[in-house]
Write a protein that binds this ligand. Structure first.
Ligand SMILES: C[S@@+](CC[C@H](N)C(=O)[O-])C[C@H]1O[C@@H](n2cnc3c(N)ncnc32)[C@H](O)[C@@H]1O
Length: 436
């Protein structure tokens, strides 16, 4: 056996109810048997002295088998990488066989304030009693997230660059080694702000682009300027920050999807994410002119699949819900069977600008509130909230689902869509393709 073993990339290793989960920070996910957690922990702590692995807990043959498979997947290497890699090993204890021991991604609304009034936005009309949460509260949350092994902290909703403590908070996350993704409308990415984002360690930014031209974009994003966004995206690219573009599909932009793709290709962005329109917030006022029916949505997705077939060499990664076309896809294949489908409440949660925790950003209804981070720790909320518990243990869905052969793949898919359309958590997802 080699006496020096190194992790090839920054990695997060978490002990979960289904085994030891290895998450590399470039997006790869692997599960190895639970018994290997101490082995990986040992290697992380003693990369130069791997021969002294205590053999009393594992057989040598098992160690070799595990190391061979990690080597094949390029997780470990026997030569010292040129850059030192960081590895965190987290064991939170298991509280449920229906959820991770702590969220993998936490989404946070830094402020409800925004400088745009997008016609589809799910933000609610304001009866707000304050604009944002104190930096001290957020620092405490960051500490808890790091301690319990959060992989990504996603800052968005409202406009995060209007949150006055954004740069100190990013700096704090950088020093705590917490990866941050930011979702922004891109309008406030001045040269100075981009430089500050870079200095604060931001590597990944998601920018919303809901049209391929001035006309469509500015009609949807009221208050926005298309030329400013394109200029800012180019500046971001030059700064070397990884860019993902998010487009919410709706009637005014659906048929220019290939043109939006073209804009992404020309800007050399890394990811293009397409989201369905959720029926909440300002959507209510504009629904007649916005929502696509399932047939239209599928047709756009087919266009995307077609595009990918014809452009296999493009480095652009196109992300959309492929289950809408093929229900047997395991979208969260690293989770156990029956836990694929939507990541919310099993692997992610959402926190609003007052610190209220919800299963996801579209489920921000008072009746789905799972306590506030100023009342309890996120770990307590995650493991004790009866709302999370109810969602994790839904055992039957009314109407169409019945004993559908795809239930193990979708796990009833989007509970937010069902809740928003029908007002109950146990209705079928209106975007289900199997029973339409
Ligand atoms: C609420 S915005 C907040 C961040 C930032 N102000 C921005 O515009 O990107 C986050 C993302 O949610 C999307 N979004 C807003 N309303 C939506 C809805 N009803 N359904 C689906 N996505 C929505 C936006 O288009 C945007 O990409």
């Amino acid at each position: 056996m080699n006496n020096k073993i190194f992790f090839q990339r920054d990695s997060l290793i978490r002990r979960e109810h289904f085994g030891t989960l290895v998450l590399t920070l470039d997006g790869k996910r692997f599960v190895v048997e639970d018994k290997y957690f101490p082995l990986l922990q040992f290697i992380a702590l003693n990369p130069d002295d791997a021969l002294s692995i205590p053999l009393w807990t594992l057989k040598e043959a098992d160690i070799i088998k595990c190391l061979d498979s990690l080597y094949e997947k390029s997780i470990i290497t026997y030569e010292k990488p040129s850059i030192q890699t960081k590895v965190r090993c987290i064991d939170n204890g298991i509280f449920s066989s229906d959820a991770l021991s702590f969220p993998r991604t936490v989404y946070w609304e830094s402020t409800w304030k925004c400088n745009f009034r997008c016609i589809h936005c799910y933000s609610q009309p304001s009866n707000h009693f304050f604009d944002w949460i104190d930096l001290a509260v957020m620092k405490k949350l960051v500490d808890e997230m790091v301690l319990n092994g959060v992989e990504f902290f996603n800052i968005g909703w409202g406009e995060p660059l209007l949150y006055p403590h954004i740069f100190p908070l990013l700096e704090y996350c950088k020093n705590a080694w917490l990866m941050v993704e930011m979702t922004t409308n891109g309008s406030l990415l001045s040269t100075k702000n981009i430089q500050r984002l870079e200095e604060s360690g931001l590597h990944f930014i998601q920018v919303s682009l809901d049209g391929a031209c001035k006309n469509t974009y500015e009609k949807i994003r009221i208050g926005a300027r298309f030329d400013v966004l394109l200029w800012n995206l180019q500046a971001l690219k030059k700064a070397g920050i990884v860019i993902s573009i998010n487009t919410v599909l709706m009637k005014p932009n659906a048929w220019e999807i290939l043109d939006i793709l073209q804009v992404c290709e020309e800007l050399w962005v890394s990811f293009f994410k397409i989201s369905p329109l959720m029926e909440t917030g300002r959507w209510g006022t504009n629904k007649q002119m916005l929502q696509l029916d399932l047939k239209e949505l599928k047709s756009v997705y087919e266009t995307l699949v077609d595009y990918q077939k014809k452009h296999q060499n493009t480095p652009l990664k196109i992300i959309f819900n492929r289950n809408l076309l093929k229900p047997s896809i395991k979208n969260l294949s690293w989770m156990p069977q029956g836990h694929y489908g939507c990541p919310a409440w099993r692997t992610t949660c959402w926190i609003d600008s007052y610190g209220n925790v919800y299963p996801c950003s579209y489920m921000n209804n008072q009746s789905l509130l799972c306590w506030n981070i100023q009342q309890k720790t996120l770990k307590e909320i995650w493991s004790q909230s009866h709302i999370f518990d109810q969602l994790r243990n839904l055992s039957s869905i009314k109407w169409a689902c019945g004993d559908c052969e795809y239930l193990d793949f979708c796990a009833w898919w989007c509970r937010a869509s069902a809740y928003l359309r029908f007002g109950t958590l146990d209705a079928s997802d209106p975007l289900c393709v199997v029973h339409q």
